[in-house]
Design a protein around this ligand. Structure first.
Ligand code: AMP
Ligand code: MG
Length: 310
């Protein structure tokens, strides 16, 4: 714990100088900077090579701080009570007096915000007197990092500091829900759609093709390991890595299992880690067996489809 506190303090010294540091969250690691400083936020975009029209998620630890920046509504409070802190991101209206950098929001009147669950990052946020803009800590369009060593792999010595908080518990990105007008899901993620439907007591649409709001999670090529991926395959060739949902009795060197027992939450947690393991070997192609499309299976299939786009 003392070690953690020392590292939190070290992160703060970088953040206060408008530098970025990587932070652990339960979804994936984030590349964080002071959300109120355009100078700091710009560094995230440069380091990640992220298009500037791709707004970032702002991370908070308290409602008091959040209230300074955005308008909260009934649906927000319902979902907040049930899921926060946790893997859900809300798109809300920005307040006029908000100090969030226009670079972080791509000059929009709305902002995406989240309350991360990782204890170390919560502690960091509590000490800071500003929220953190933090997109995933990977080079744009590549696989998101789920451990400190993944982040190191992405940025090498270009990143000044990585706050190590162990492996990400959820292992893929947050669900994004817009609460501006009618609630709409903009990105599938760490909270299942059916759970959100239950809390809001209606069927919330997944808006894949929304043109008005640009969401990078919606852009075609994303989450890519840099090798072609083919889905719904029954049998692989020898030079292909084969991803299977469940462990088989007979195993081969090129078989990679998402789970022992077909638990879809477990599969979601393992997906990016396995893609990264495969990426380091010399396979020509990744092929994936059919994954059930219910619960977290829907999110896994969404990520695989985007990762396979050429
Ligand atoms: P990342 O953290 O890199 O996985 O991506 C953050 C996600 O939040 C992206 O998909 C953004 O497009 C989305 N996002 C950020 N701000 C907004 C906003 N105002 N409206 C809609 N989506 C947003
Ligand atoms: Mg990302």
């Amino acid at each position: 714990m003392n070690n953690n506190l020392a590292n939190i303090k070290k992160s703060i010294s970088f953040l206060n100088k408008d530098d970025c540091v990587a932070i652990p969250t339960e979804t994936v690691y984030g590349l964080a900077a002071n959300a109120y400083s355009s100078k700091a936020v710009r560094k995230i975009y440069t380091l990640k090579r992220r298009p500037i029209n791709n707004p970032s998620i702002i991370h908070y630890s308290s409602l008091n701080q959040l209230e300074k920046d955005c308008e909260l509504n009934k649906n927000f409070f319902k979902l907040y009570k049930k899921f926060c802190p946790g893997p859900i991101t809300f798109v809300l209206k920005l307040k006029k007096e908000s100090r969030i950098s226009k670079i972080a929001t791509n000059n929009k009147k709305t902002v995406a915000i989240r309350f991360p669950k990782n204890k170390i990052t919560q502690k960091l946020l509590k000490i800071l007197n500003y929220p953190l803009a933090a997109p995933s800590a990977n080079i744009s369009t590549k696989i998101s990092p789920v451990s400190a060593s993944d982040v190191k792999e992405e940025f090498g010595n270009k990143i000044k500091f990585i706050l190590n908080g162990g492996r990400s518990k959820i292992g893929l990105e947050s669900t994004i829900i817009s609460l501006i007008d009618k609630p709409r899901i903009l990105r599938l993620g760490g909270i299942e759609r059916t759970k959100i439907n239950k809390v809001l007591n209606k069927n919330i649409k997944y808006d894949k093709t929304n043109k008005k709001i640009s969401v990078p999670g919606q852009s075609k090529l994303h989450y890519s390991p840099g090798i072609p991926i083919k889905l719904n395959i029954i049998k692989p060739k020898p030079n292909e890595a084969f991803i299977l949902i469940k462990k088989r009795k007979k195993s081969y060197k090129n078989y990679y299992y998402l789970t022992k027992n077909k638990n879809l939450k477990q599969a979601a947690k393992n997906l990016y880690r396995i893609l990264r393991v495969i990426k380091k070997k010399n396979y020509k192609r990744i092929v994936v067996e059919k994954i059930p499309n219910n619960g977290f299976g829907e999110t896994i299939n969404d990520r695989l489809k985007r990762a396979s786009t050429k």
